[in-house]
Design a protein around this ligand. Sequence first.
Ligand code: 5AD
Ligand code: SF4
Length: 420
Amino acid sequence: MNERDSEHMIAELQEKENYELTSDSTEADLILINTCSVRERPVHKLFSELGAFNKKKKENAKIGVCGCTASHLGKEIIKRAPYVDFVLGARNVSKITEVLHKPKAVEIDIDYDESQFAFSEFRGSQHKAYINISIGCDKSCTFCIVPKTRGDEISIPTDLILKECERATQAGVQEIFLLGQNVNNYGRRFSGEHEKVNFTELLRRISAIEKVKRIRFTSPHPFHMDDEFIDEFASNPKICKSMHMPLQSGSSEILKMMKRGYSKEWFLERAAKLRLMVPNVSISTDIIVAFPGESDKDFEETLDVMRQVRFEQVYSFKYSPRPLTEAAEMSNVVESELGSERLAYLQGLQNSITDEITAGYVGEIFEVMFEETREGGYIAGRSDNNVMIKVQADESLLGTFAKVKVTKNGRMAQIGEILA
Ligand code: 5AD
Ligand code: SF4
């Protein structure tokens, strides 16, 4: 979401203020840092990076801090780093051209409704388009700061999304990547009168656009994975067969404390249904270890889910207490060292699962869309079930599809050759 917010800011600045992008910060007239606040570490990094940019920047160059940390620290940022020119929250992206001209502006209203703002166009990729379908999040997962930085959930009107898909594909984009904190809750609330359109229906309408070749989305919530949604996922050939299913914990007790709204059994049943209906599906997940109160037994439950589901990819984190969250007030904290041990154990388990899965890719044939160049004369892309594969081939194939046979496997990317 932050990447897409950055694209929106770039677009607004290019079109309305004549800015151009530079990769050299010492040349820049404006330096924007788009921040995350989901875990604590990036927040610390912000202040060291700000100091470094400030030292090297051109005279009179402006510095703006945007994103979730901007939302939750607000004017505190200018107090700690007085050379910062403005602070722009994650829910206020559309005000970028305003704050630019307001010295020391702090725009962090989390009730601001920009769900119908027509942003100018900029895309980091010619082949893939990120498209926001909602802003904010209505859940109250007790570990998560996002509802406090991005505010309540509002769905973006369906016709705006469809128009954006049309525009992007007219410009040559093949893959639409839908974004939201909780995409499969789409349609829960619109800011004005609006026809009832849920996420499944949105997927149907987007796939009806002829030029759309592939649809991906993130993040869905396991709680909202109803049968209608899974059936559409399984049967719609344009929907890529890779699903992110953020587990967070495999213990039903901890899930309750996290207020996730589902149990271990529900999660396992949904994952099994997906694997049954879509045999080549790849399932990725997010897991937090050492949430307050997590016992050895709870942690074992998480490992048990990993062994049963055999996720293709796991993003794992040690619990980090965040301000403004319920979990930060919980007293039964897990010692940091034990948390690190659990994280290392979990990652070791996942590495061996990933190695077993990827070993099985050798000799398999995947349909790949080439997206980027890699060192050594390679181009790389993903299969529809999200396997990253690189082949020795010319850049002119970027943006095209090909059948690729995997010849050698690796944890991060497979090596393959294009079938004639
Ligand atoms: N501590 C650790 N990880 C967190 N995440 C969200 N909040 C926290 C936190 N306080 C993780 C979750 C989420 C992912 C984006 O970040 O796993 O799915
Ligand atoms: Fe955070 Fe939960 Fe919303 Fe995801 S669904 S953004 S974890 S509150």
